[in-house]
Design a protein around this ligand. Sequence first.
Ligand code: GLN
Length: 450
Amino acid sequence: AHLDRIAAVDGSVKAFLHVDRETTLAQARAVDERRAAGEELGPLAGVPIAHKDVFTTADMPTTAGSKILEGWRPPYDATVTSRLRQAGLVILGKTNMDEFAMGSSTENSAYFVSRNPWDLERVPGGSSGGSSAAVAAYEAPLSTGTDTGGSIRQPAAVTGIVGMKPTYGGSSRYGVIAFASSLDTPGPFARNVLDAALLHEAFSGHDVMDSTSVDQAVPPVVEAARRADVNGLRVGVVKEFAGDGYQAGVSARFNEAVELLESLGAKVVEVSCPNFSYALPAYYLIAPSECSSNLARFDAMRYGLRVGDDGSRSAEEVMALTRAEGFGPEVKRRIMLGTYALSSGYYDAYYGKAQQVRTLIKRDFEAAFEQVDVLVSPTTPTTAFPIGERADDPIAMYLADLCTIPANLTGNAAISVPCGLSDGLPVGLQIMAPVLGDDRVYRVGAAVER
Ligand code: GLN
């Protein structure tokens, strides 16, 4: 049914980079056989899923939205992919994304722009915009994404679905094509909070293949989503994430969500996190710095594209020609910024300073969580913007992640849940919790989702 739905609507939604009916149906038959053989399968066995094209898949291509990986067939599954395969989920295909997850709209995909199912002239958010569009358009009941600065929560917010960024290290990065390794976090998309929790539980937990994986039990997220109450919980409204720059309808829906929390028995207080205002500039030094290092591996020798290798050129020349042709403008901009910020003489002034800001933001979170159990804010300052509106203005594009970036810099758990419409377009409520407090955001999210 989902393959038929994809065939019917994906020509206009354009969520998928790769769909392969035969491979999907073969996977589904294999799950049936495992079940028939008496194997104990998890609660999501047989449920179809779409994977962001940043997770390696042994039976499907993986491009990270880049021309430099066009046609690449990974020799192995990411841990997220293999755990979900083991749990019996069936892969519908690979979803579109901003190249190497750099962007907030999917307009930086080297292939095409995905569309917001609520209004096809608007973006579905990004960088995991294919995954959010697929779930919002009922092409898939579940999908995966990665969140480095907001790339799960922001697309979830603007397409009216649930998207969760787990605690950093709570989900494995093994087999996830790297953008910024200290920030990248795989997480779930779903149409309601309980579905997201079931998916979260199915792929999370310690992984020896990822040295930054947290060696602790997965927080009880499914139990928390089922509990869905906020009675007696202390909720902090982040004072800095309001005012000018927030669309009136976004502020109105956010205030209603806060009133709803209060009416359900939560104790709401205003909390100041003064250093959150510096999160965006710090992120745009740290993420490009890490990406300039991570993307050095695309050297025309090991993967994908190779340009100009006709025997007359040196390896360096082939490398330069390949990277010039294979990377898009936003990726090049970030490599330039990151290489500059890390160069000797500038390192302390830029990268070092940004890391200090990161510590200040961590202290803001710690101080806040001495007073409250969760923090709330709008997920993103505006609803889905029209395709093209911010494409030539990187700073305007970067502002989409204003509210989501603090939790990435510190590794905290955070979710976006739908909280109503503004001018017919979805608005997201962000709920943030301490590191390893993932269950709390599910508990509160399930109580207030609409
Ligand atoms: N929009 C942010 C960026 O462009 C975040 C992307 C992400 O979370 N992958 O870097």
